[in-house]
Design a binder for this molecule. Structure first.
Ligand SMILES: [Zn+2]
Length: 287
């Protein structure tokens, strides 16, 4: 099994940036990716893939385990091995922060273990439309709470950003927020990927981050990248506002696609993947 378990008691970006650089692999779920287990506090862990960090948040209680996001189906066995390395408790819930396969691909296998999959109404609609397996068992329009093992887990749907069904998950007992992909932070992950076909919006993205910042937390587990702080998310809000301003200006000036591509690459860390996936939709939104 291509897996390595590391317990890091010191939480933070430094722990992750010290990891050896691995060749990029399994970026799109075609093979299992190498995982790391990071301890966040007494009861919480983050499972990160080493190559292209996409983060699973784990809450362990005396009455079962709750996961936020579950990567691709092919990562399921390795994720469960990580969970089993810290607890024998069953996985009772998995929350999908949005419909994308790298956040919901493990649902069917977890449901087969009697876990309940939870997502926003809109995320489920997207999963049905895309004919994805492992559809959520339980959905909600705006917000919901899960009570497990004496702990509270709050789910808040935010305005359209990465998609139109984005959910942030608050762990008030621990001052931790799992943000999903409305926030990514760290090398190779920080570009704002707007899934226009999935209802995402660069125009309302800043308001989604503001909604998240209305909640009380100190630590943020982004959808991708490094474990971050509230201050990192505040800085990211400024970046989303600047992104919107720049796009608005470029499009209203009638700049060409090539010119806009140059700016998002140079100033907003867009790479080939983002350009291919999202540039046309982005321009369309501002036209
Ligand atoms: Zn996504």
């Amino acid at each position: 099994m291509n897996m390595k378990v590391t317990f890091l008691l010191a939480v933070g970006a430094t722990a992750l940036t010290n990891l050896p650089v691995q060749p990029v692999q399994a970026q799109f779920g075609s093979e299992p990716t190498e995982l790391e287990l990071i301890q966040l506090n007494d009861d919480m862990y983050v499972i990160s893939n080493v190559a292209v960090p996409g983060l699973v948040t784990v809450l362990v209680t005396d009455d079962g385990v709750l996961l936020v996001d579950d990567k691709f189906e092919i990562d399921h066995d390795n994720i469960m091995a990580m969970v089993r390395s810290v607890t024998d408790q069953p996985v009772k819930y998995v929350i999908n922060t949005h419909y994308h396969g790298d956040h919901s691909g493990g649902n069917a296998k977890l449901q087969a273990l009697n876990a309940v999959a939870v997502a926003s109404d809109q995320a489920r609609v997207r999963m049905v439309a895309a004919n994805q397996p492992g559809r959520p068992d339980l959905t909600f329009p705006d917000s919901a709470s899960i009570y497990i093992g004496g702990k509270t887990v709050e789910l808040h749907r935010v305005n359209p950003a990465h998609t139109d069904g984005d959910v942030v998950v608050l762990f008030p007992d621990y001052d931790v927020l799992a943000s999903g992909d409305i926030f990514a932070n760290g090398p190779g992950t920080s570009a704002q990927l707007v899934d226009r076909n999935g209802g995402g919006s660069a125009k309302s993205w800043p308001s989604a981050v503001e909604q998240a910042l209305e909640l009380e937390f100190e630590t943020v587990v982004p959808g991708h990248g490094l474990i971050s702080t509230r201050a990192d998310l505040e800085a990211y809000l400024e970046r989303t506002i600047r992104f919107r301003e720049v796009l608005n200006e470029l499009v209203s000036q009638g700049r060409s696609r090539a010119e806009i591509e140059q700016v998002v690459r140079a100033d907003f860390a867009w790479e080939d993947f983002h350009v291919t996936m999202a540039l046309d939709g982005l321009i369309e939104e501002f036209e």
